[in-house]
Design a protein. Structure first.
Length: 280
């Protein structure tokens, strides 16, 4: 009986040792644990090279001036390869609405893009994110934003931009190329100029002043207290009146810029930028 029990125990031990040996043989000697980031990168959806290339071309045309040519972040736009929104996106359900609606509070205009164009952008951005995660080895990269090539900001048509400035954009109602915008391309360059155009941080409020004669003077607010209101008109000339002698209305500084966001096309943005770069 004891001999039978010992024989059974011995057989079990042999089987266990054989199983361990087989598992060891099937496991590479240099294997290492796979990080969660590497698993995400490995599981990333694969897109056709043609679709990714279409997205790359569109991204560099419309998005690279803020987000960098490789979606790794520009001087003002975030690194999309580290974006939580991109990571949570499924077939464009998060990226698509942002592209089409923009983010006015962050200075991003909307872009009217077809489903195919959105799909190509999604393919490119997700591919870039997967590549970044894989190359980072799970460390997420250094997170440093990159510069933007000047050529990315010079794809518009100057004459078309001037027409937009003087016409449909309504820019000439508040600004003048020989007044407040004289030399603007010298004071600001590259993305700083783009930012000032889309969502100026230090914009002054607009003001309209109605004189006793019925004439209305409009411009930017130059000065205001309980006794005096001052206006800088479209020629850059400062004019002031006693508040008791006129009627005036002050509008928030960024209203006009914010109202343009849903109206901009990508061509408008590039053309206007091209025109502004001539004001030196």
């Amino acid at each position: 009986m004891n001999l039978l029990r010992a024989t059974r125990h011995g057989s079990t031990l042999v089987l266990l040792l054989v199983s361990v040996a087989v598992c060891a043989a099937q496991t590479p000697a240099n294997s290492k644990p796979v990080s969660g980031v590497e698993q995400i990168a490995a599981a990333a959806k694969a897109y056709s090279p043609d679709l990714v290339q279409q997205g790359r071309a569109l991204f560099r045309k419309d998005c690279s001036f803020c987000h960098g040519r490789d979606a790794g972040g520009g001087e003002t736009g975030p690194d999309l390869t580290r974006s939580k929104l991109v990571a949570a996106d499924v077939d464009g359900d998060k990226i698509g609405p942002v592209v089409r609606n923009g983010r006015p509070d962050k200075g991003m205009p909307p872009f009217d893009r077809s489903d195919q164009e959105i799909a190509s952008l999604v393919a490119f951005i997700h591919t870039q994110q997967a590549n970044a995660l894989a190359s980072a080895g799970g460390r997420g990269g250094n997170g440093g934003r990159k510069g933007v090539d000047a050529s990315d900001l010079q794809t518009g048509n100057v004459e078309a931009g001037k027409r937009y400035f003087e016409g449909a954009g309504g820019c000439a109602g508040c600004h003048s190329p020989t007044g407040d915008l004289a030399g603007v391309a010298t004071r600001y360059t590259g993305l700083e100029l783009e930012e000032q155009m889309l969502y100026p941080k230090h914009a002054k409020p607009k003001v309209s002043v109605m004189l006793a004669s019925g004439q209305t003077i409009t411009g930017t607010l130059g000065y205001l207290d309980e006794f005096t209101v001052g206006v800088i008109d479209s020629t850059g000339t400062y004019r002031s009146w006693r508040t008791r002698d006129v009627q005036y209305k002050v509008d928030p500084a960024l209203n006009a810029h914010v109202e343009l966001f849903p109206k901009y096309t990508d061509a408008d943005v590039h053309n206007l930028m091209a025109y502004l770069q001539t004001l030196r």
